[in-house]
Write a protein that binds this ligand. Structure first.
Ligand code: HEC
Ligand code: HEC
Ligand code: HEC
Ligand code: HEC
Length: 226
C-alpha cells in the first residue's frame, strides 16, 4: 500500500505504534508524537487526508486561511457547522473555534516543558464521560487499602512526595517525569468550563461530581443544537 519510504506517515512516529500509551480506561492516544496514528484512525484519515491536507508542508501553517482563523480551514468543508445552530449563540459570543471543542489540548510530551502541549488530532469529540473513565480507573489506587504491590499504588505514592511540584498550576504545570500518571483526560468542554473538571491530583466524590455536571452540560448542548 505504501511503496516508497516515507509514504506511510506512521514511519515518522517518535514511538512504535505498539509502544504508545493511551489515556487510562480509553483508546485515546496520550502522547505528543501520535498525530499520524490518530489521523490514520479518524474519519479524516479514512477519507484519505494526510497532514498536508490541512498544513502547508514547508511552513506547517494551516491552509485555507486557517492560520489567521482556524475556523476558515474547517468551514472550507463543513460550512454548515459554522453557525449558532451548531456552536450555540453563547459560544459564538466568545468567538469559540471548532478546534476548542474538536481538537482540545490533551497530549503529553513527556520530557518537554508543559503538561498538555499537543492538540487532539482524532476529531472525535472527547466527552466528560471519557474523562470519568480515567478518574474511576485511577481513584482506587489513591485510596486507603489500595494494593501495595500494584504499580499504580507505588506511582501514586511517588507523586505524593512531589505533589506541590506536580500540581502547582492547573493549565501548564512544570512537567516532572512521573507527575502525569494520575492526570485526567481533558475533554471538549473542560478548557473553558473549568468548574466541571476535577482539581488535578484530587480524587474525591466532590471532584467526581464535577465531571457529572459536565456530562449534563453536554446533554443540554446536544438538545439545544439538535
Ligand atoms: C483536518 C485538518 C488537519 C490535519 C489533517 C492535520 N492537522 Fe495538525 N492541526 C490542525 C489544526 C486546526 C491545528 C491547530 C492550529 C491552532 O492552534 O490554531 C493543528 C495543529 C498541529 C500541531 C501543533 C499543535 C500540536 O498538536 O502540537 C502539530 C504539531 C500538528 N498539527 C501536526 C500535524 C501532523 C503531524 C499531521 C499529520 C499526521 C496533522 N497535523 C494533520 C489541523 C490538522
Ligand atoms: C478538506 C475537507 C475537510 C476539512 C478541511 C475538514 N474536514 Fe472534517 N471531515 C471531512 C470529511 C470528508 C469527513 C468525513 C465524513 C464522513 O465520513 O462522514 C469529516 C469528518 C469530520 C468530523 C466527524 C468525525 C466523526 O468521528 O464523526 C468532525 C468532527 C470534523 N470533520 C471536524 C473538522 C474540524 C474541526 C476541522 C478543522 C480543523 C475539519 N473537520 C476540517 C472533511 C473536512
Ligand atoms: C461548543 C463545542 C463545539 C464547537 C465550538 C463545535 N462543535 Fe462540532 N460538535 C460538538 C458536539 C458536542 C458534537 C457531537 C454531538 C452533535 O452532533 O451535536 C459535534 C459534532 C460535530 C460533527 C459531527 C456531526 C455529525 O453530523 O456526525 C462535525 C462534522 C462537527 N461537529 C464539526 C464542527 C465544525 C467544523 C466546527 C466549527 C465550525 C464545530 N464543529 C464547532 C461540539 C462543538
Ligand atoms: C472556548 C471556551 C468554551 C468551550 C471550549 C466550551 N464552552 Fe460552553 N460556554 C462558554 C462560555 C463563555 C459560555 C457562557 C457563560 C457560561 O454560561 O458559562 C458557555 C455556555 C455554555 C452553555 C450555556 C448556553 C446557554 O445558552 O445558556 C452550554 C450548554 C455550554 N456552554 C456547553 C458546552 C459544552 C457541552 C462544551 C463542550 C462540548 C462547551 N460548552 C465548550 C465557553 C466555552
Amino acid at each position: 500500500m505504501f511503496p516508497n519510504v516515507g509514504d506511510d506517515l506512521t514511519e515518522f512516529q517518535g514511538s512504535a505504534p505498539y509502544n504508545v500509551s493511551y489515556w487510562p480506561g480509553t483508546k485515546i492516544r496520550r502522547q505528543i508524537r501520535t498525530h499520524a496514528l490518530e489521523l490514520a484512525e479518524s474519519k479524516h484519515g479514512k477519507a484519505g487526508f494526510t497532514c498536508v491536507t490541512c498544513h502547508d508542508p514547508h511552513s506547517q501553517k494551516l491552509k485555507f486561511g486557517g492560520d489567521e482563523d482556524s475556523d476558515k480551514l474547517c468551514s472550507s468543508c463543513h460550512a454548515e457547522k459554522d453557525s449558532d445552530a451548531h456552536k450555540l449563540k453563547a459560544h459564538n459570543a466568545v468567538d469559540i473555534k471548532c478546534t476548542d471543542c474538536h481538537m482540545p489540548w490533551m497530549k503529553h510530551a513527556g520530557g518537554r516543558g508543559h503538561r498538555y502541549d499537543g492538540r487532539s488530532h482524532s476529531w472525535d469529540l472527547l466527552t466528560p464521560t471519557d474523562s470519568l473513565k480515567g478518574f474511576d480507573l485511577l481513584r482506587p489506587y489513591t485510596e486507603k487499602g489500595a494494593d501495595p504491590d500494584a504499580q499504580l499504588t507505588k506511582d501514586w505514592q511517588s507523586i505524593q512526595a512531589i505533589k506541590d511540584l506536580c500540581y502547582d498550576n492547573f493549565n501548564y504545570p512544570i512537567n516532572v517525569v512521573g507527575c502525569v500518571k494520575f492526570d485526567i483526560l481533558p475533554n471538549a468542554c473542560s478548557s473553558c468550563h473549568t468548574d466541571e473538571f476535577p482539581t488535578p491530583g484530587v480524587f474525591t466524590d466532590a471532584e467526581r461530581a464535577k465531571l457529572e455536571e459536565g456530562e449534563k452540560r453536554l446533554e443540554t448542548f446536544i438538545k439545544l443544537t439538535k
